[in-house]
Design a protein around this ligand. Structure first.
Ligand code: ARG
Length: 567
């Protein structure tokens, strides 16, 4: 609960708004006096009274306010030297938090604030026949988390995989396949086999420039709807999607649309026409561009001199299509910061076209992920396949778990949750714009700021609950600081979810989970749960343990990380 907000909402001072009050409320000069304080000096002029008198009067009005008194949120209000001091009723706060969590269960932290609003999220957006590599990790898990977070807040999330399935590279692939490929190898090898063909094409085309001409011809044929070329193209796409689906399943990632770049090949002409009509297109060295000099940017190229479209042209058609199809309130693009300029450019062009909704397009930029040197076993050139990273994490997790708890049942399942969780958490724990160096050892430490630390804490809580049961009723005993700290931490979950959505920053939730786990462990080691001094305290602590577990489960569910029952 946000106490400052509670106080600001319930105090009434003529001429002073709730927000202003909220900002004024601070910690009292002397912490003995209370948990919060409102300095009344600023109101002296307005109310033509001394701050001391104002504080005294406000105190009287709070004490005679029936709502405040019956809420029992505040335990004491005092007026001292021009300050109005508040003490929070810890018992009431603890009871309110626990009751809420136990009542709302897996909905704890959810809200209805987004009901009726739609958020499109363009994420993962892989390239067909190209490796799904470590660089796609962040967009995939960040986008996946945002997708769930917005749904949790009542919005309708629309997940879009804007496939990179357009361009001469598909002509190259057809040319390479026809020359060197064979059906079975490709069928079995999937993306890796397709990528090998592609790499070989580039190598050999250096000596045979005519291959490039052939590739261009094939690409034209795809565009013109040539049956054979189109069939091959569709097959490459199918193989790629089948391959990445394995990873999406592991990471719990879903899409509502796979409308990629090629989907827009027949939807670009109207955009070009509109740009021309509005006088925005100018010719520059044979190409058609929109001049953005006034905005400090290089021109946005719409058509190349040979009349072909560009990535930006397709993105503009896609944005218009999304607005028409989904009528989004926001459309997010979870794409690396390397593409900053691209997004700024085409957002600006849409604005210049008079699309007032262009203000609702958001580039959710994130930093690079690289691997610690020498930790990778499978290296294909310098491409690191995401699948290999995930599998290696699962294997390592298995080894660790096997060492720690050789008798554990379903170790494979636990290793999968731990390994996959480590990969996701590794990418989500830091502020998204930071570059990250991924280290297997770091993401799998049991006593660091890691997912396995949180998972292990949950297993600990589950084991306590298994032994002690989950009481239906409880009373609040004399509280110790560890308990209050833990309750404060879990009570901040709804706020954390909101902030994560507002800032497009799932790391807020990851950090919430680590903070709660740390506070729980402190409580666990300092206060006895099962061997508590009396039945009432034991009951209460079991309920607190259960509520903590629920909060952690909800947080991890939003991040897409599973929690094993035992570890
Ligand atoms: N396929 C692109 C890439 O790998 C990312 C696409 C992002 N989405 C978009 N609408 N431009 O770089």
């Amino acid at each position: 609960m946000d106490y400052k907000k509670y106080i600001a909402e319930h105090l009434h001072i003529d001429g002073v708004g709730e927000e202003e009050l909220y900002d004024l409320i601070a910690l009292p000069p002397n912490l003995e006096m209370g948990d919060y304080a409102l300095p009344c000096f600023k109101f002296a002029k307005l109310m033509r009274k001394s701050p001391v008198m104002i504080a005294e009067e406000l105190k009287q009005s709070v004490m005679s306010d029936e709502v405040i008194m019956s809420d029992k949120v505040l335990s004491e209000v005092s007026a001292v030297n021009g300050y109005l001091n508040f003490k929070i009723n810890k018992t009431g706060f603890v009871a309110a938090t626990l009751d809420r969590i136990l009542k709302e269960k897996e909905r704890y932290g959810a809200s209805e604030e987004g009901v009726g609003k739609t958020i499109c999220i363009d994420y993962s957006s892989i390239n067909i026949a190209k490796p799904f590599h470590i660089g796609h990790l962040s967009t995939t898990v960040l986008g996946g988390a945002l997708y769930r977070i917005f749904n949790f807040l009542g919005y309708k999330s629309v997940g879009i995989n804007h496939l990179g399935d357009y361009g001469t590279q598909f002509g190259k692939l057809i040319s390479a396949y026809k020359r060197w490929g064979d059906k079975k190898t490709i069928e079995e090898g999937g993306i890796r086999a397709l990528n090998e063909l592609y790499v070989r094409f580039h190598r050999e085309a250096e000596e045979h420039p005519e291959y490039d001409d052939e590739a261009r011809t094939y690409f034209k044929k795809i565009e013109q709807g040539d049956e054979e070329c189109l069939a091959l193209f569709r097959w490459f796409k199918e193989l790629t999607l089948k391959d990445v689906q394995k990873i999406y399943d592991l990471l719990d990632i879903h899409f509502d649309s796979y409308a990629g770049e090629s989907f827009f090949s027949d939807k670009m002409q109207p955009v070009v026409d509109e740009l021309r009509e509005k006088g925005l297109l100018i010719e520059s060295r044979g190409a058609q561009v929109v001049d953005l000099e006034a905005y400090g940017m290089p021109p946005c190229i719409i058509l190349k001199s040979d009349g072909t479209s560009l990535y930006a042209t397709r993105d503009m058609a896609a944005a218009i299509y999304r607005k028409e199809t989904y009528d989004f309130d926001k459309c997010l693009y979870v794409v690396a910061y390397q593409q900053n300029l691209h997004f700024k450019q085409f957002f600006k062009v849409l604005e210049l076209m008079g699309k007032e909704w262009s203000k609702d397009l958001v580039h959710v930029a994130y930093g690079m992920v690289s691997l610690e040197e020498g930790t990778m076993s499978t290296r294909k050139g310098n491409v690191v396949f995401l699948e290999d990273v995930i599998n290696k994490c699962i294997e390592k997790a298995y080894t660790i778990i096997d060492e720690k708890n050789p008798d554990l049942e379903n170790k494979e399942d636990v290793a999968q949750k731990v390994g996959v969780g480590a990969v996701i958490f590794g990418a989500l724990y830091n502020n998204k714009i930071k570059d990250i160096v991924f280290s297997y050892d770091k993401v799998l430490t049991f006593d660091g700021e890691t997912s396995v630390y949180v998972q292990y804490t949950c297993a600990r809580a589950q084991s306590v609950l298994q032994k002690g049961g989950v009481p239906e009723q409880y009373e609040i005993p004399e509280l110790c600081p560890q308990e209050i700290e833990l309750v404060k931490a879990i009570s901040s979950f709804p706020e954390a979810v909101k902030t994560a959505a507002e800032k497009y920053e799932p790391s807020v939730i990851a950090r919430f989970a680590v903070d709660v786990a740390q506070k729980f462990n402190k409580f666990y080691f300092d206060c006895k749960i099962l061997a508590a001094e009396d039945e009432r305290t034991k009951n209460f602590r079991l309920v607190l343990t259960n509520a903590t577990l629920q909060a952690l489960k909800n947080a991890f569910a939003l991040l897409g990380i599973g929690i094993p029952d035992k570890m």
